[in-house]
Design a protein around this ligand. Structure first.
Ligand SMILES: [Zn+2]
Length: 299
């Protein structure tokens, strides 16, 4: 169940559905015999640890996918609760500046700068604003079973998604008639609207559902949360390829995104390039067409 403010449900619900299906696609493509394209993608992003990636992407389905905006009792909830603003947090006088969440009775261990940037949408001292913050609450009362995950989607980002005609993959797929090239279109969006971590085609194709899948993989329902693993989080295609980590959220989300492209006939390169299907692959049946063309040419 994923409660959210009614204001954003129209954008959130389909994007979460897409995030769950991206994860399922990625897990399925890692299972059994991988195609050479998928094998390459897994090698660049996970090194030899694709089994862990498969486990984590599969575990995303352990998060209840039923979307509800009507959750009141958080005390016994094995779920992800989505918030669309940070209003509930109270300042604390703890030395680490952690914010107090009265709904869970826990503290959000997050840098003051990050929580402030999420809350206000203002970048501070040249730092990148977070789009979302996911936290797992430990069993603060061991007599109860709750392992609650909260996801704060920063309000500035939700406002962007809500106002943008092109916030999700399906927005792009169903539109952009004036642009001959999908990538030229996404590149123009990336320079005018989007805050991305790189400028490879994989980076600029990482839209709202990518962000949501990234955040879902931070849940302890998916695996040991990343911040309990002694490695810094890597963002963006280049850093993910460098890290080769099957526990890194952005790597998992990029892999799932890449699998979707591969399944649509695109090819992904190690530099995050995505190449369009060749004309012969766009039409069906592809091989026959190519054969006919080469025969005609040969004759
Ligand atoms: Zn993250």
């Amino acid at each position: 169940m994923l409660p959210a403010m009614a204001n954003y449900v129209d954008k959130l619900q389909p994007a979460f559905t897409e995030a769950f299906s991206l994860a399922a696609r990625g897990a399925a493509d890692l299972a059994g015999h991988m195609s050479p394209d998928v094998e390459n993608l897994a090698g660049w992003l996970f090194g030899t640890n694709e089994a862990e990636a498969q486990r984590r992407l599969g575990n995303v389905q352990r998060i209840p996918a039923t979307f509800s905006t009507n959750i009141r009792d958080l005390s016994n909830l094995n779920d992800v609760v989505v918030y669309c603003n940070m209003d509930r947090y109270q300042t604390s006088n703890r030395p680490d500046g952690a914010l107090y969440d009265p709904n869970t009775g826990s503290y959000l261990k997050l840098s003051e700068v990050d929580s402030m940037m999420c809350k206000t949408g203002q970048a501070i001292a040249g730092q990148r604003r977070p789009k979302a913050i996911t936290a797992n609450y430990p069993r603060w009362d061991t007599r109860k079973p709750p392992v609650l995950t909260t996801m704060d989607i920063c309000n500035w980002y939700l406002e962007f998604v809500k106002s943008s005609q092109w916030a999700t993959e399906s927005d792009v797929e169903s539109g952009s008639p004036t642009f001959p090239s999908l990538w030229g279109f996404l590149e123009s969006l990336a320079t005018t609207h989007q805050e991305t971590f790189g400028r490879t085609r994989m980076d600029i194709s990482a839209l709202f559902e990518h962000t949501l899948l990234h955040e879902l993989t931070h849940s302890d329902k998916v695996g040991t949360p990343q911040y309990e693993i002694p490695e810094a989080e890597s963002y963006g295609w280049d850093k993910c390829v460098e890290a080769k980590s099957a526990t890194n959220s952005d790597s998992l989300a990029f892999f799932a995104l890449g699998c979707q492209f591969i399944n649509q006939g695109y090819t992904i390169g190690s530099f995050g390039n995505i190449d369009s299907p060749s004309p012969s692959r766009e039409n069906s049946p592809p091989r026959r067409r190519r054969t006919i063309v080469s025969r005609l040419w040969a004759s």
